[in-house]
Design a protein around this ligand. Structure first.
Ligand SMILES: [Zn+2]
Length: 179
């Protein structure tokens, strides 16, 4: 979890949110899997929430996302595109093999800036995903929801499985640098 300031939330409140975020990702996993021919197992689920939502253990944003999935029912595969499910200020991003990209990078490093810093010359040729800036989308949905750009937010991230340390991806490091 990365916040815009130092926070003193109960671990329980944060993990409550993350648990439901994880379950949403797990619910989507088989839907994503059906769309590719390779083994797909890893995802990043992220949401931008207000301090109050964490404090009150308010997970209505996740409920709403689940409701969208309930309604879509058999047509679930229509609402996941490009190995991603976006809902308001919440997103689930799969790690894909073709092209080789990981959710952390898609979210925090779409223009490869952070990886260029970490990897130097070895970052050459890494994919620039700048056509979709998920983070900007999340932020603007948050501003939209709360009708202000100034409300401090908390970014909740669940990586399944833990952010990787693979040479060309360095997802753990991307989160570190981003925070
Ligand atoms: Zn990774």
């Amino acid at each position: 979890m990365a916040g815009s300031e130092t926070l003193g939330f109960k671990v329980k409140s944060v993990s409550h949110f993350l648990k439901h975020l994880k379950e949403l990702g797990e619910r989507l996993l088989p839907v994503f899997k059906k769309k590719v021919r390779y083994e797909m197992n890893q995802f990043v689920a992220a949401a931008i929430v207000s301090h109050k939502e964490i404090e009150n253990e308010d997970i209505s944003i996740i409920y709403e996302a689940n409701r969208k999935l309930d309604v879509a029912c058999e047509n679930l595969s229509d609402i996941v595109q490009d190995s991603c499910f976006s809902f308001n200020r919440l997103v689930v991003l799969m790690n894909t093999t073709k092209p080789a990209r990981h959710g952390e990078a898609r979210l925090f490093d779409p223009d490869v800036k952070i990886r260029k810093e970490i990897l130097g010359i070895r970052a050459i040729g890494l994919m620039d995903d700048n056509n979709t800036n998920f983070l900007d989308n999340l932020k603007s949905m948050f501003a939209n929801d709360f009708k202000t750009k100034r409300l401090p937010y908390i970014m909740c991230i669940f990586s399944h499985n833990i952010p990787c340390t693979e040479q060309s991806h360095q997802c753990a490091k991307i989160i570190d640098e981003f925070a």
